[in-house]
Design a protein around this ligand. Structure first.
Ligand SMILES: [Zn+2]
Ligand SMILES: [Zn+2]
Length: 361
């Protein structure tokens, strides 16, 4: 049955934000609304911002009166696949898309938001771009994004609001007004990196040193360099850390907690510290970085564990270094679409089995 009150999608709104607003507008809890639209599908146990599965779209379109295309456009999938350069499976972590760390409806990570945007919105809502891991600030207001309630420290989870809350700017746990949280200026390096990433996604290519590379190579290279920076922070008395510091880039153990969590689960402030360093590394090209590592006697194997295919600029960087104790450096095939060939799947299986037998996996 169609809803009594139609709720249009706001500009750049995330699907979870819209679903929550739609529920509160009808005077019901988000859980009740999704339970009425989809009997038997627990929408809040998955990441609906990534996209509503095709089979569940007709029910939502009928209830809301909005065409299916609206939800397809709002889904993160298309951008996420441009960034990754491949089709992304539903049941996996997506690179550069912040993970919710869901367990049933409870989540470890909070939704990022800009307090100033929420304060100025006539109808407060959450933006799609706040789900991108490279977003650590609001470029409109020049402030850092937040992901926890300033009063009780709970992760921000608007989908857990209830009908009486009425607006999305409240903390679901203690009902504090999230738009009243403190404003902290966004650091210039993190801001510059965010602009570069937005540009790479928008234009389909980005800059690494003086080179222009495809967006998926750019994001893969940036992801790789984040790993190198984190490694250098963990081992801040290493030659690798010294090599990075020789370029005037700050890396030290105080920059982030040694959690080992994937980038997509780190808080905005941790990512901001990493992106400061990353932004500078991207200004140097692969050749400059290779020169610095070489000067300090850093081997390729210290930067890369040999797993997973790499984008070509990283292969270029690593190939210029002494190899170290690990095997050859594998490049990755860019823009692989569709399922992997049977042969590739078999080869991966054989490698895994060999590792298991050797006791490595
Ligand atoms: Zn803002
Ligand atoms: Zn709270």
């Amino acid at each position: 049955m169609p809803w009594t009150i139609p709720v249009p999608m706001l500009p750049e709104e995330s699907i979870s934000s819209w679903l929550t607003r739609a529920a509160l507008a009808q005077g019901c809890d988000p859980l009740v609304l999704t339970g009425a639209v989809w009997r038997g599908w627990r929408a809040w146990t998955v990441d609906v911002d990534r996209g509503i599965p095709a089979g569940h779209l007709p029910a939502l379109s009928n209830a809301s009166g909005l065409p299916k295309a609206v939800f397809e456009m709002s889904a993160l999938r298309r951008d996420a696949e441009l960034v990754a350069g491949r089709t992304l499976p539903a049941a996996a972590a997506w690179p550069w898309i912040l993970a919710l760390g869901s367990r049933n409806r409870a989540r470890r990570a909070g939704q990022q938001y800009c307090p100033e945007c929420l304060a100025q919105d006539v109808k407060p809502y959450f933006r799609r771009r706040w789900r991108f891991a490279w977003n650590t600030g609001c470029l409109l207001h020049g402030v850092m994004l937040r992901d926890r309630c300033q009063a009780c420290g709970a992760p921000v989870q608007p989908h857990r609001l209830v009908a009486e809350d009425r607006v999305l700017r409240l903390c679901a746990r203690c009902k504090a007004d999230l738009s009243e949280a403190g404003r902290f200026p966004l650091s210039s390096g993190a801001e510059a990196f965010q602009r570069k990433a937005d540009e790479a996604l928008g234009n389909g290519e980005g800059g690494f040193g003086g080179e222009r590379i495809s967006a998926s190579d750019w994001f893969a290279a940036a992801h790789f360099l984040v790993g190198v920076i984190r490694l250098a922070c963990r081992k801040d008395a290493s030659r690798m850390a010294d090599a990075i510091r020789s370029l005037g880039i700050r890396v030290d153990g105080g920059m982030l907690l040694p959690t080992g969590l994937p980038l997509e689960l780190l808080s905005a402030s941790e990512r901001q510290a990493l992106f400061e360093a990353l932004n500078r590394m991207l200004e140097f090209g692969p050749a400059d970085l290779a020169r610095a590592f070489k000067e300090f006697g850093v081997a390729a194997s210290a930067l890369h564990d040999g797993r997973g295919p790499l984008p070509s600029p990283v292969v270029e960087l690593l190939s210029a270094l002494p190899r170290g104790k690990r095997g050859p450096i594998k490049g990755r095939q860019t823009t692989r679409r569709g399922p992997r060939s049977k042969r590739a799947v078999m080869a991966a299986w054989v490698r895994l089995r060999r590792k298991m037998l050797a006791g490595e996996a």
